[in-house]
Design a protein. Structure first.
Length: 355
């Protein structure tokens, strides 16, 4: 006698949440998707299409969309929370009466809450007190997943059951799910890379070449891992899909929202004009400010984040920022092999001035 199918709830009607809902349904799960917009929910149910975010994607017809949170969460063993960071806590609070400790809660959101500098899985823990908590992150452009292009992601959790259930629910022949126990590092990688996608878009708009892109991405990886280690993450996580993998795709593709914002800034548009032209949330804009302030508070050297902050919020032209970065200190390449402090000390001993 076969087991009952897994029941999966997806909270959020954006592109990634919609793609994951359809994948889980393709894998035989009973899937319900919660959306705020009744018209969009009706379209998913009637046309099996999300015209706002993935208009050309044929959603598995068994996915049931609803604006009724209780209906969506009833009997769900796995709950995927795909809500932008600004609304994340409010939606989890709204869902809380229908959540229970046996459920697996997984965030797919790559962002940071300003108050307390908290990642989304921390919010899940605070609002529920549950132990089956995880995150999904990686090089996952939703439009390519919708086209069933070969894609890989990471599920990270201290809890083996969470990792296994997510791999079972979402792993298929075009979407591979790899496991990690460094939830903090995987989640930070997903949030931090958005910053550098803005920088990569700016560099492309300014006509900078492949050498520049390579330098930018490599120094971004160094900056990401430096910050993450200060926050308690494992630097080796950044050699994986949630680190260098996500950084490559988001810094190389005009499908990335953050890249497109950066490109508009490089063309000379204001931040408001760039965000308005995008028409969707670009998590990296807010992340730049939060990470720059946190880095200053903790004394972490992050020249790229600092430079981007000046372009986004202080009106410094993008070309001037790029020039300033090239005049900064020439320090170590991989800090976990040769520390920045050792290079600085060698410069002092030799009487060399940085820059």
């Amino acid at each position: 006698m076969s087991e009952d199918p897994m029941r999966v709830a997806v909270l959020g009607g954006g592109s990634f949440g919609t793609a994951l809902a359809s994948i889980a349904a393709d894998n035989g799960a009973e899937v319900r998707q919660w959306l705020r917009d009744p018209e969009l929910a009706a379209q998913i149910n009637l046309e099996h299409r999300n015209g706002r975010y993935l208009p050309d994607y044929a959603i598995n017809p068994s996915v049931v969309a609803s604006t009724d949170m209780a209906e969506v969460l009833q009997g769900a063993g796995l709950v995927l929370v795909a809500i932008p960071s600004k609304a994340f806590r409010d939606v989890v609070r709204q869902a809380r009466p229908w959540l229970h400790a046996d459920q697996i809660l997984v965030s797919t959101t790559k962002g940071i809450q300003e108050d307390g500098f908290k990642l989304m899985s921390r919010i899940l823990e605070e609002e529920t007190g549950f132990t089956h908590v995880g995150v999904i992150s990686g090089p996952n452009l939703a439009s390519e997943i919708a086209q069933k292009q070969l894609t890989a992601t990471v599920v990270a959790s201290d809890d083996p059951e969470t990792r296994t259930r997510v791999q079972t629910a979402l792993g298929c022949d075009y979407f591979r799910v790899y496991a990690s126990n460094d939830r903090h590092g995987v989640e930070l990688g997903g949030a931090l890379k958005n910053i550098y996608a803005i920088a990569a878009g700016m560099a492309a708009a300014l006509g900078m070449g492949e050498n520049t892109r390579s330098m930018l991405m490599t120094r971004a990886l160094a900056e990401m891992s430096r910050f993450a280690v200060d926050q308690g993450a494992n630097p080796m996580t950044f050699l994986g899909l949630a680190g260098v993998g996500d950084l490559i795709v988001t810094c190389s593709s005009n499908l990335s929202r953050n890249y497109r914002v950066g490109y508009a800034l490089g063309e000379g548009r204001t931040l408001d004009e760039a965000v308005e032209a995008l028409g969707q949330v670009a998590e990296g804009v807010n992340t730049v400010r939060l990470v720059r302030d946190k880095a200053r508070e903790d004394g972490v050297y992050m020249p790229l984040a600092e430079g981007l902050y000046q372009v986004l919020f202080e009106g410094v032209p993008a070309r001037d920022m790029a020039r300033m970065l090239m005049l900064g200190e020439q320090s170590s390449d991989v800090e976990f092999i040769l520390s920045r402090e050792d290079v600085q000390q060698a410069h002092r001993d030799s009487g060399v001035q940085d820059g």
